[in-house]
Design a protein around this ligand. Structure first.
Ligand code: ADP
Ligand code: MG
Length: 430
């Protein structure tokens, strides 16, 4: 690690491992390291708006990231300006370029998904269509998706590729609807020869988005255009996913990725270290592989940190790896379920802001989201109705009325039941 730019790469890895990929890609990825003076890191953002968001939401995270690497507290100054092209020529494509079939380690946990991906990359539209790659977070779905994308781009440069994430797809649709831009939107998606959507589970329960996805799917499928999606579970287990969409996805090939076995984990750690030109003693590699079993992103995080320390002259030891592993395990503890988190999850499921949920607005959609949030708060937190009421700015009897209403609706409406179950699953991770 010789320059501030290298340090910055480490900080980015830290952030990427700590926040949602979409948030990372939206706010952090395009930041640029400028200088480091008097214990202050100077970072450039592309706009005043980005600066505002980063300062209000991500400055603690960035500071923590710097502290991890430097070992001492660091101040942060964000300036606004044009990006300097030097390090960022391939911006947006760096993740894509990084994930290839060559650096994907194949083991019994992923060999089926890997083979299916190769087949689709060889013969898009004619091998398996759609291809659905599913599995828990951090097991290589996005990696495989990008490997297919790179391979198709290399073999069939004339093919038009559209690559997006479930959440971005949803945001684009909402934006198109608000600005009456649905025609452009359709044109973009319907002219794809190959459509990739990462994390399709995000569109579940979102009416307008699901309709648009279904129509796009039909249009592309009819013309033998290849569709490839990833999901964190089997489509039929995403309860609030439209049944027609479940049905269409099931027509294709479902390829799961499981947790890697010990040997695969060892090979992955070695592969990551080799890519950095970094030697980790076998005993340390095996120790890490033994300790971290269910998320490859975590394995990679430990390797990157050991590498950062190594660049400061600290060689990778069992003790050093042990400390990093403990940190990862600590971060792995489920986030506590707070009423704030419930409000935010319900808000995103119903396209309503948290502020609206806690407001006095009586518009039907907002009021319904509020009832749901109150019901879920009672179901999953064990907090008294009085305290729940306080969080929503409501009294005890209003809270009881909301709960009764939802209990009665749930008995009559199985789709609502599915939506509520999905939200609870997202909140509790169970
Ligand atoms: P997911 O999309 O399933 O959450 P990712 O594809 O983002 O997971 O993988 C997380 C990290 O683990 C990535 O950096 C990826 O390169 C790495 N990874 C996952 N599986 C493998 C593998 N089989 N070989 C090499 N690296 C892998
Ligand atoms: Mg992913």
């Amino acid at each position: 690690m010789n320059s501030f730019y290298d340090v910055w790469e480490g900080v980015c890895d830290y952030c990427r491992n700590s926040i949602h990929e979409v948030a990372y890609n939206t706010w952090i990825k395009s930041l640029e390291p400028v200088d480091f003076q008097n214990n202050t890191a100077i970072i450039r953002s592309l706009s005043d708006y980005q600066k505002l968001i980063v300062e209000s939401h991500y400055s603690d995270l960035l500071k923590k990231g710097f502290e991890e690497i430097f070992g001492f507290p660091v101040e942060l100054t964000i300036i606004v300006g044009e990006s300097v092209p030097k390090h960022r020529q391939n911006d947006g494509d760096d993740v894509t370029a990084k994930y290839t079939f060559d650096n994907f380690v194949v083991g019994s946990s992923n060999k089926f998904a890997h083979a299916a991906s190769l087949a689709v990359a060889d013969n898009p539209g004619h091998a398996y269509n759609p291809l659905v790659i599913y599995g828990n977070p951090g097991l290589g779905k996005t990696h495989l998706l990008n490997a297919i994308r790179n391979e198709i781009h290399r073999k069939f440069p004339e093919k038009s590729i559209v690559y997006t994430q479930g959440e971005s797809f949803m945001n684009e649709i909402l934006e198109a609807i608000n600005n009456v831009g649905t025609v452009d939107f359709r044109e973009k998606y319907r002219k794809a020869d190959v459509l990739f959507i990462d994390d399709i589970q995000f569109i579940a329960g979102k009416e307008a988005t699901q309709i648009e996805f279904f129509n796009t799917f039909e249009a592309l499928y009819r013309e033998n255009k290849q569709i490839i999606v990833t999901s964190d579970r089997l489509p039929k287990d995403i309860k609030s996913l439209d049944e027609r969409i479940q049905g269409r996805l099931e027509m294709g090939l479902m390829a799961d990725i499981q947790q890697p076995d010990f040997e695969t984990r060892v090979l992955i750690i070695r592969g990551k270290a080799k890519a950095l030109n970094f030697d980790i003693p076998d005993v340390v590699v095996q120790y890490i592989a033994n300790q971290l079993k269910n998320n490859i992103r975590q394995l990679e995080g430990v390797v990157n940190k050991l590498y950062a320390y190594h660049n400061f002259g600290e060689e990778p030891t069992l003790a050093g790896a042990g400390n990093l592993i403990n940190e990862v395990k600590k971060d792995d503890m489920p986030e506590p379920v707070t009423v704030e988190r419930i409000i935010s999850c319900v808000g995103s499921a119903y396209d309503v802001t948290p502020a609206d949920i806690c407001s006095n607005k009586q518009n039907a959609e907002i009021a319904y989201a509020r009832h749901i949030a109150i019901y879920i708060a009672r179901e999953v937190t064990g907090i008294s109705l009085k305290t729940i009421g306080k969080s929503f700015g409501r009294n005890h009897s209003t809270v009881s009325a909301s709960i009764k209403k939802i209990e009665s609706d749930l008995k009559k409406n199985s789709r609502l039941r599915a939506t509520v179950d999905d939200i609870i699953k997202n909140i509790t991770g169970k």
